[in-house]
Write a protein that binds this ligand. Structure first.
Ligand SMILES: [Mg+2]
Length: 103
């Protein structure tokens, strides 16, 4: 089992044990990703990246984890393969942004 699938399994177990499944709709998970991303932005607001990392490193790690957890949960609910959708998007990105020679 891949590490991503193992993590997803652990997250689903955590949710099932608390009976949170009925609240984890795709809509609410998408909203939660955005809220957690905004919480991550708060750590950087009004200060440089260096200051933010010095001052808020622990919280930055936690907010990134929150974004990733909700993203994995959304993929799970929609039965999406994380590796597959990332690889598909990278192919599209490579087509959209071809490598150009540097002069
Ligand atoms: Mg958070």
């Amino acid at each position: 089992m891949s590490e991503i699938k193992e993590l997803t399994k652990k997250l689903n177990q955590f949710i099932d044990e608390r009976n949170w499944g009925p609240h984890q709709t795709p809509k609410d998970l998408a909203i939660s990703i955005s809220i957690e991303a905004a919480e991550l932005l708060e750590d950087f607001q009004w200060i440089s990246s260096e200051e933010a990392l010095e001052k808020n490193e622990e919280n930055i790690r936690e907010e990134i984890a929150d974004v990733l957890i909700y993203s994995l949960m959304l993929c799970s609910r929609l039965d999406l393969d994380v590796k597959e959708i990332i690889e598909e998007k990278m192919v599209k990105n490579a087509r959209k942004y071809p490598v150009t020679e540097r002069v």
